[in-house]
Design a protein around this ligand. Structure first.
Ligand code: ADP
Ligand code: ADP
Length: 232
């Protein structure tokens, strides 16, 4: 059973002459333990697909199934709980809480879920992402790259089943970007997580096991295992 399935998903924004067909009958499954990159030109529907998969946006027709639960048709409360328990986000805009320190931001998903942090895992994630000496800083006191690493740590510390990443390395220099991607990939390999990443960057996509290409709201092609582990 795939971790996430889109079954004939269409998304139309607006109506009549102003209607935009952002997704046109997309069917795709994301296996447990797979790291998938979604690529395609600007406006091809990448963000819309990811938002629909994550239940952040509603579909116009078709179904989204997360594990054994069909999320299309779920109410906001149920969706919020499902996301809280099972899903992590690494978005370009970070969505860090400005009044909280880096450490508080990283631990927020666990706090909201009423779960105790695994301190050893927290320390490991913080060290790998080079955030040890930034934990007491607020987002405004961090560089773009540091904020992105905090967002990444926040998504990983709670060990969600699924991570959605929108241009996770967009604001990072290539060395740190490579470290973040390698870290995500290791966490997929070791914990059987599922990662869906939207990216424009072919280097970022090369860390994935599979690359899906969108065009005009439809899947044009895909490549499985574009590179071997030895590349990075
Ligand atoms: P990508 O992420 O590949 O750049 P998007 O999913 O953001 O593509 O957008 C796909 C299409 O849907 C584009 O034509 C975009 O302008 C349109 N679109 C996206 N979000 C909205 C929205 N909230 N309202 C209207 N049109 C939208
Ligand atoms: P990205 O950088 O991920 O492609 P965008 O800058 O295209 O994101 O879009 C940012 C947000 O604006 C998204 O939530 C998207 O749904 C929304 N959006 C994109 N295009 C449109 C549009 N034409 N009209 C209204 N909202 C849009």
């Amino acid at each position: 059973v795939p971790a996430i399935t889109a079954d004939g998903v269409s998304k139309v924004y607006g109506s009549g002459d102003a209607a935009v067909h952002a997704l046109r009958g997309v069917s795709v499954g994301f296996a447990r333990g797979a790291f998938t990159a979604i690529m395609g030109p600007s406006g091809s529907g990448k963000s819309t697909l990811m938002h629909c998969l994550a239940g952040l946006d509603t579909v116009t027709s078709g179904r989204i199934i997360l594990g054994d639960a069909e999320i299309t048709g779920m109410g906001d409360r149920q969706l919020t709980m499902l996301r809280r328990d099972r899903v992590g986000f690494v978005f370009q805009s970070f969505n860090l809480v400005p009044t909280l320190t880096a450490e508080q931001n990283i631990l927020l998903p666990l706090e909201l879920a009423g779960r105790k942090p695994d301190r050893a895992w927290f320390d490991h994630v913080v060290d790998v992402l080079g955030l040890r000496d930034r934990l007491r800083h607020r987002p405004s006191e961090l560089s773009g790259g540091q904020q992105q690493r905090v967002a990444c740590a926040r998504a990983i510390v709670a060990r969600p089943d699924v991570i959605f990443a929108d241009e996770p390395t967009g604001n990072l220099d290539s060395r740190v970007g490579g470290e973040v991607l390698a870290f995500l990939r290791t966490s997929v390999r070791e914990m059987g997580q599922t990662i869906v990443m939207v990216t424009h960057d072919p280097v970022a996509a090369s860390y994935a096991d599979r690359v899906i290409f969108l065009r005009d709201g439809a899947i044009m092609s895909e490549i499985v295992e574009p590179t071997s582990d030895s590349v990075h």
